[in-house]
Design a protein around this ligand. Structure first.
Ligand SMILES: Cc1cc2nc3c(=O)[nH]c(=O)nc-3n(C[C@H](O)[C@H](O)[C@H](O)COP(=O)(O)OP(=O)(O)OC[C@H]3O[C@@H](n4cnc5c(N)ncnc54)[C@H](O)[C@@H]3O)c2cc1C
Length: 558
């Protein structure tokens, strides 16, 4: 007889044979117990040895970090492969290598062992979603960059590369789908999603950003939302893995948004119930020969209900909702020019007028030219990385225009380090290139504060060279009590400045004491072409212990 039912091979009840008996109680328990104890002992002993080995390896590697960083700078990050032009920025060997590997890995994953063209199309669609996890995982790039410990600039490059890769993969996915099948509901949805992504990619061209940053940003976010919606409707309900990628991206977005909200409430002191921060705005005004008043800069002091720790070079994203009709829709990044060893009760900012919110702010100068205006303000941050300045004997800070704001907190920190003998630093040189002498009045107070701080034991370490392109009557005009500030006509000769500083001759040394030359740090926050020029010069001095560092506030960072 044929039976289709499942026959259980095991009896339902277990009957012991009368001759069976359990092993004696003590032996039964002790064997596994002693084995466990031995295993724990072996793991603990092995763990201690592995830990010691790891610590030793890490300390050897840390000693070698300088060597690695010199090699990386000399062969990967500083040599240019593609020079900057109107359409794209500078491409170093490292960026070409990383981008090529990224493309190669994605092409390989699409084509590896494919059985059909349609299969490759499906895989490309899925891979596009995997690539989009990073760009969709946070609303705020500064916050994401902080979580990953990278600069805003690097985070933007990763965001852009992942976005373009996803667009290309999705375009391939759609081409394959169109060739393979007729137009249907699911294809209509992905076309809507892809159209959003395509427009979004086009909108990311720098021209749109410069034209109106706010429209670009909000448009970017709305189109990303439309893309997610279109893709969600396109994905088959049964297949779970592509939807899982969207879930991961949206889950990360929810998580980072919640974290960001809690950080914002904490940093703005909204938990402590002492009210919200206030922005006190004052202005630098220039009077022309014809008695016409022009506002050249704004200074903002943010009074904080809850003190905040800000590292040198960090910036905040500032929201002043009542400054103008549309200011509630905008946040803007500004470097914190104030620095202190501990937490700060007030943060200071130096603002250059452009076309948007910055101009709206300086319009208030007409009612408060001599005094100041006060607004409710909230901020996110402080964001951004801060260069470790502890290993350098000298530092050369090169800035142009209002980007001097980024150099000031570093100078403050290094002067403090010299005064308190907590840093090795022995020489500081600020080279500041400006278009006209008027620009210097905006930062005059900040520079005077630095000179006042730099007075310990008459051992001044700070020198300031200001190069004025137009309108200076005499070249080389030293001023100030100790002639630590010098005004020059024209543009600096960076090659000779860097060469002189790298020689170490400018560091004051005690007589009859053999002193190591020490390392030198070159920090830049300048226009793009000047930054490229300095990179090229510094490449020649890497073997002399010179390191180049770019500050967070860079011009094309918008
Ligand atoms: C890390 C960082 C630090 C900065 N620190 C300072 C500083 O200390 N002082 C200072 O004067 N400026 C600073 N800036 C530049 C400042 O953010 C812009 O000048 C300001 O946002 C311009 O606002 P706006 O509406 O008046 O400009 P617009 O005239 O609308 O735009 C001028 C330029 O600013 C860029 N921009 C506009 N809005 C934003 C935004 N929300 N985020 C990023 N870029 C934007 C645009 O791409 C454009 O290139 C910093 C920028 C960055 C990225």
């Amino acid at each position: 007889m044929l039976s289709l039912g499942y026959k259980n091979p095991l009896p339902r009840t277990l009957t012991l044979h009368p001759s069976f008996s359990f092993p004696p109680f003590s032996v039964h328990l002790l064997i596994p117990m002693s084995m466990n104890a031995l295993a724990i002992y072996a793991i603990a002993a092995g763990g201690i040895f592995a830990g010691l080995f790891l610590i030793q390896t890490l300390s050897i590697l840390t000693n070698w970090t300088n060597l690695f960083s010199v090699l990386a700078s000399r062969h990967l990050t500083l040599p240019f492969v593609v020079h900057r032009n109107r359409f794209w920025g500078l491409w170093s060997r490292a960026s070409v290598l990383l981008h090529t590997s990224y493309v190669a890995v994605n092409v390989f994953l699409v084509l590896f062992r494919i059985e059909s063209f349609t299969g490759a199309g499906h895989r490309a669609g899925e891979l596009a979603l995997v690539n989009l996890i990073f760009p969709l995982s946070a609303t705020h790039l500064s916050f994401l960059a902080d979580l990953l410990g990278i600069t805003w600039h690097t985070c933007r490059r990763i965001h852009r590369a992942a976005g373009w890769m996803a667009t290309a993969l999705l375009a391939f996915h759609i081409i394959v789908a169109v060739q393979a099948q007729h137009f249907n509901f699911r294809l209509a949805n992905i076309s809507q999603g892809a159209a959003s992504l395509g427009v979004l990619a086009l909108f990311s061209i720098p021209w749109f950003r410069r034209w109106s940053y706010e429209i670009f940003l909000r448009g970017h976010q709305i189109l990303a939302g439309l893309f997610v919606y279109g893709t969600w409707r396109h994905l088959p309900t049964k297949s779970s893995s592509p939807k899982l990628y969207l879930w991961i991206a949206l889950g990360l977005l929810g998580l980072t948004s919640c974290l960001q909200l809690v950080t914002l409430l904490y940093q703005n002191g909204l938990f402590v119930g002492r009210g919200a921060p206030r922005a006190i705005i004052s202005f630098t005004i220039r009077k022309s020969k014809e008695n016409i008043l022009t506002t050249t800069a704004a200074q903002i002091r943010i009074l904080l209900p809850w003190p905040v720790k800000v590292e040198a070079g960090q910036y905040i994203n500032l929201w002043i909702p009542l400054a103008s009709l549309w200011s509630w829709t905008q946040t803007h990044p500004f470097t914190v020019t104030s620095w202190s060893q501990g937490r700060q009760d007030t943060m200071e900012l130096l603002i250059q007028p452009h076309r948007g919110l910055s101009v709206e702010l300086i319009r208030h100068a007409s009612v408060a030219a001599e005094s100041s205006v006060s607004f409710l303000a909230l901020f996110t941050g402080p964001h951004g990385t801060s260069e470790d300045v502890s290993q350098y004997k000298s530092a050369l800070l090169i800035t142009s225009g209002f980007r001097v704001a980024a150099a000031i907190p570093y100078l403050k920190k290094m002067i403090y380090g010299y005064n308190t003998c907590t840093l090795q630093i022995r020489r500081l040189h600020l080279v500041w290139q400006v278009k006209s002498i008027d620009m210097t009045t905006a930062a005059q107070g900040l520079l005077n504060n630095l000179l006042e701080d730099d007075i310990i034991d008459e051992g001044y370490i700070l020198n300031i060279s200001i190069y004025v392109e137009n309108g200076l009557a005499h070249n080389k005009t030293p001023f100030g009590k100790h002639e630590r500030v010098c005004l020059y006509q024209g543009v600096p000769d960076y090659r000779s400045i860097i060469s002189l500083e790298a020689s170490g001759d400018q560091i004051e040394r005690l007589p009859n004491i053999r002193d190591e030359q020490g390392r030198m740090l070159v920090m830049v926050s300048t226009a793009d072409d000047l930054r490229d020029h300095i990179q090229e010069i510094v490449r020649g001095y890497l073997h002399q212990g010179v390191k180049l560092s770019e500050m967070e506030y860079q011009p094309n960072a918008g």
